[in-house]
Design a binder for this molecule. Structure first.
Ligand SMILES: Nc1ncnc2c1ncn2[C@@H]1O[C@H](COP(=O)(O)OP(=O)(O)OP(=O)(O)O)[C@@H](O)[C@H]1O
Length: 246
């Protein structure tokens, strides 16, 4: 068996899911430990479906998913403990205050109370939510809710962060906080996989970029490698060339 420590952060093999027609189609994706990987693709390409399968929220029709060397189907609890998943439409409980919400999520993960409290304080500070720690989240703006959902996703200190459109709807200051948090996670050896339609985010943050279309990976590499494959100067040129319908 492969040494778990050498295994990639994520490996999917021939991963497929169909809703009448294929949403994800025999997808082979490998994300290395310690990288920030951006998954790009046009609307309906299968990005969210892929992430939902990796997070264990949608069962694949076929194929395999390994998280840090752990087979998701064989050991779902062990695999999911190592993952944070932030959906594009996170749900909060409006009648809870941020501290209560984070305590609640920490409890679900079985994080020990003192550790959870310290981690919650750190995350609220980091995301500038500390001044609102004792307000009900139902009064929060969309960006504040999104930041709190991110804090909730990170409360159990997971190694692999999977984020669906984490910067959409955030103002410049909030987007910077989230970007810094993701970069610091990678700097500490963690892994981030995100989807984004903001190509500048992928261009600036990602070590590698994967482009999917119709559920298949059609190109992958560093920005320079993708540029070299096309006549594109910017990621937008590259993206539009690669995803153009034949
Ligand atoms: N629960 C579902 N029921 C039926 N069809 C679905 C479901 N979820 C996704 N699909 C279909 O699967 C395909 C892939 O959708 P998905 O949301 O994964 O794409 P995406 O790349 O995330 O798109 P976007 O950029 O618009 O968010 C689409 O054709 C979508 O309509």
């Amino acid at each position: 068996m492969m040494d778990k420590d050498l295994s990639p952060a994520l490996r999917t093999a021939s991963l497929s899911k169909s809703y009448g027609r294929p949403a994800v189609d025999k997808l082979d994706l490998t994300v290395r430990r310690g990288e920030l990987y951006a998954l790009l693709g046009p609307n309906g390409a299968g990005k969210t479906t892929t992430l939902r399968m990796v997070a264990g929220l949608v069962a694949p029709d076929s194929g395999r998913i390994e998280v840090l060397g752990i087979d998701l189907a064989e050991a779902p609890r062990e695999a999911k403990r190592r993952i944070a998943y932030l959906p594009d439409d996170p749900m909060l409980y409006g009648k809870l205050k941020p501290t209560e919400y984070l305590e609640f999520v920490a409890g679900l993960w079985g994080v020990e109370a003192a550790a959870a409290e310290a981690r919650a304080r750190e995350l609220l500070d980091w995301l500038d939510l500390a001044p609102h720690a004792h307000e009900l989240t139902e009064g929060f703006s969309r960006g504040m809710k999104q930041k709190l959902a991110l804090a909730g996703a990170l409360i159990h200190d997971p190694e692999l962060l999977i984020l669906d459109e984490p910067l959409t709807g955030l103002d410049a200051g909030a987007a910077r906080q989230v970007k810094d948090l993701l970069l610091s996670h990678v700097a500490k050896g963690g892994t981030v996989i995100l989807t984004t339609h903001i190509l500048e985010v992928a261009e600036r943050l990602a070590q590698r970029i994967g482009i999917i279309r119709e559920g298949r990976l059609i190109a992958e590499g560093t920005l320079d490698e993708l540029r070299a494959r096309t006549s594109g100067a910017s990621l937008e040129d590259v993206f539009l060339q690669l995803t153009a319908q034949p």
